[in-house]
Design a protein around this ligand. Structure first.
Ligand code: CO
Length: 137
């Protein structure tokens, strides 16, 4: 597989609106569009642009949201995952699994409309890693 650019850093938050207020006040940064729901992933999402990447603010959506546990441990929110782009999602999955990494679920469509999957932090030095197929540019 070929490691591509850092697409975003995922930040879990109990309130996207409160987090956006922090980015607005501290950095003068505005959201990249309106927050939107990703029901299949149990999250509500909003992006903030930085010159070379993005911050993905993620808020729980529904009672089975995968970030509810994270917020139980980190009630104020916190850094949740990093997302790297790859040119070919299936090749990346095959190569990571061949190297013993636990891929969490099958590739599915992510917040940028391209396939994504997550890799177990226990195989990634403690970092939850999202792998995302690069969007067409
Ligand atoms: Co993400």
């Amino acid at each position: 597989m070929k490691l591509g650019r850092l697409n975003h850093v995922g930040v879990a938050t109990p309130s996207i609106e409160k987090s956006l207020e922090i980015y607005r006040t501290m950095f003068g940064a505005e959201p990249h569009g309106e927050p939107f729901d990703l029901p299949a992933q149990g999250v509500r999402v909003c992006f903030v642009d930085t010159p070379n990447s993005q911050i993905e603010l993620i808020e729980p959506l529904g009672d089975n949201s995968p970030i509810l546990k994270f917020l139980e441990k980190n009630p104020a929110g916190g850094q949740h995952h990093v997302c790297f782009e790859v040119p070919d999602i299936d090749a990346a999955k095959a190569d990571l699994e061949a190297n013993g990494a636990r891929v969490l679920g099958e590739p599915r469509i992510g917040a940028h409309g391209t396939p994504i999957f997550f890799v177990h932090p226990g195989d990634m030095g403690g970092v939850l890693v999202e792998i995302m197929e690069s969007p067409e540019r």
